[in-house]
Write a protein that binds this ligand. Sequence first.
Ligand code: HEM
Length: 243
Amino acid sequence: MHWTTDQSAPSVGQVVITKTRSPIRSNVGLKAVMAVTGILLALFLIAHMLGNLKVFTGETSFDHYAHWLRDIGTPLLPSTWYLWIQRTVLTVAVLAHIAAATVLALRARAARPVRYAHRKKVQGSYAARTMRWGGVIILLFVIYHILDLTTGHLNPQGDVSNPYGNVVADFAPERWYVTLFYTLAIVALGFHLRHGAFSAFRSLGQQSPKGELRARTAALVFAVVLCAGYLVVPFAVLTGLVS
Ligand code: HEM
């Protein structure tokens, strides 16, 4: 039973029920949800980027790698079980990341003391807007990308047993607009990662101007390396380096 100083103490026999927020729903709890899910998603992005670079080792090797992905965990787990566990974890992480971001943004808006008079100004900070719209672009990209390179429905070859062929068909020079779309999405991902990584590194590192500069630099390097690692594949196909 709780009562605060501005409430009078309950008289004998009177029950006071106050709503206490569970720790995970506090702002700090939601930021922790964003950080943990963000780290999980970033780990996937690093692994996926390294896997994609195997395209430079040739068709047999890349397709072998893609088939191996379905067999991770065997014989302990039946084939594709690990992949489905990973897909479930990533989907839950994406949903939790979006839900926590939405609640935090709504709370920040509700906490604003005076509403802005003009519609033009109801925008929030530059970083908040970049993160929100960047997040929406990345989500739309991932949906398209799965229909393109995982299920093959939007791929010109669409042969699930030959991912190398799908990648080469996808980024062929005459389909330059696909490479352009991937580039825009990956650059949006880069900005999103830079801000996310900066927030994480700043919380973990020294709380000083020097610490902040280090966090900013590390986040920039991380985002640029990841973007370059992803972009090199479509551009290698576009320029005929991979065919
Ligand atoms: C140009 C860059 C990229 C290339 C060439 C690429 C390539 C591929 C390929 C070939 C697959 C199918 C793998 C398979 O089924 O064997 C795949 C799946 C996937 N990719 Fe990418 N990818 C790129 C960028 C990205 C980015 C930036 C993201 C996330 C933001 C992403 C997220 C995914 C996801 C979630 C899957 C489905 C994995 C699964 O089947 O569970 N990819 N990608």
